[in-house]
Ligand binder design. Structure first.
Ligand SMILES: C[S@@+](CC[C@H](N)C(=O)[O-])C[C@H]1O[C@@H](n2cnc3c(N)ncnc32)[C@H](O)[C@@H]1O
Length: 219
């Protein structure tokens, strides 16, 4: 058995036992392989928009003899994904691309595990608008970078998140785990230093001041 990188392992940890998971933008396919090998899912779809990564995924699937449990699919986002998939993973992409993929899909899947590299507030806003509730979140530090991971489930009742929850995470900002504190404390310190260098009458000063006020609220 191989070891997943910290970020992908954290994604795997958030997944409940499934019949069929779909990893969108699978690249190497290692997450789908790991989820099958650890029996977190009976079957998996490893999909990608590009031929080259999908070939790499297919080779890895063959290497681990999982051809009967993992199907590779060339697909743009969720367009050609089996509607019966009970968990969709979209990881390692920008927030705007994740939002686009979710909003283009006519099917509302039961569970989503999303890991935006940037613009996580865009993803949370889209989830709220599409009728999903955020049920878990974590902030992972891997290879010198922080990555938020969001788990959401389809809901019939409307969930409203305020501006701070959308930006910092409704669960993350309550849990206030060590990575969360370190990440935002570091940002706060940087903004405080920056403020000292700015002219008090400038727009830049007011912008940085607002950011400091926000960070003080969540820390
Ligand atoms: C940076 S890799 C992330 C790989 C893996 N999910 C991870 O987190 O390690 C992004 C992958 O998403 C694929 N991708 C980009 N846009 C996509 C789309 N609209 N639909 C499906 N896959 C897409 C790319 O081809 C690439 O293989």
């Amino acid at each position: 058995m191989f070891r997943l990188p910290i970020r992908l392992q954290a994604i795997a940890n958030l997944i409940d036992d499934c019949n069929l998971i779909a990893d969108i933008g699978t690249d190497h396919g290692l997450l789908a392989i790991y989820l099958c090998m650890t029996d977190k899912t009976k079957k998996a779809i490893a999909s990608d928009i590009a031929v080259k990564p999908l070939k790499k995924a297919a080779q890895n699937i063959e290497k681990y003899h999982l051809e009967d449990r993992i199907t590779t699919i060339l697909s743009d986002g969720l367009h050609d994904i089996d509607k019966n998939s009970d968990c969709i993973i979209i990881a390692g992409m920008g927030g705007h691309l994740i939002k686009k993929i979710l909003e283009e899909s006519p099917t509302k899947f039961k569970t989503l595990i999303l890991q935006p590299n940037l613009h996580e507030e865009v993803v949370r806003t889209s989830l709220m608008e599409l009728g999903y509730q955020i049920v878990d979140e974590c902030l992972i530090f891997d290879r010198n970078k922080y990555y938020p991971i969001i788990k959401a489930i389809k809901t019939t009742s409307k969930v409203n998140y305020n501006e701070l929850e959308l930006e910092f995470g409704p669960i993350l900002s309550v849990k206030k785990e060590e990575n969360f504190i370190n990440y935002y404390q570091n940002k706060l310190d940087t903004f405080k230093e920056l403020l000292k260098t700015l002219d008090k009458d400038s727009k830049g000063y007011q912008d940085v001041l607002k950011k400091i006020e926000k960070l003080n609220k969540i820390l």
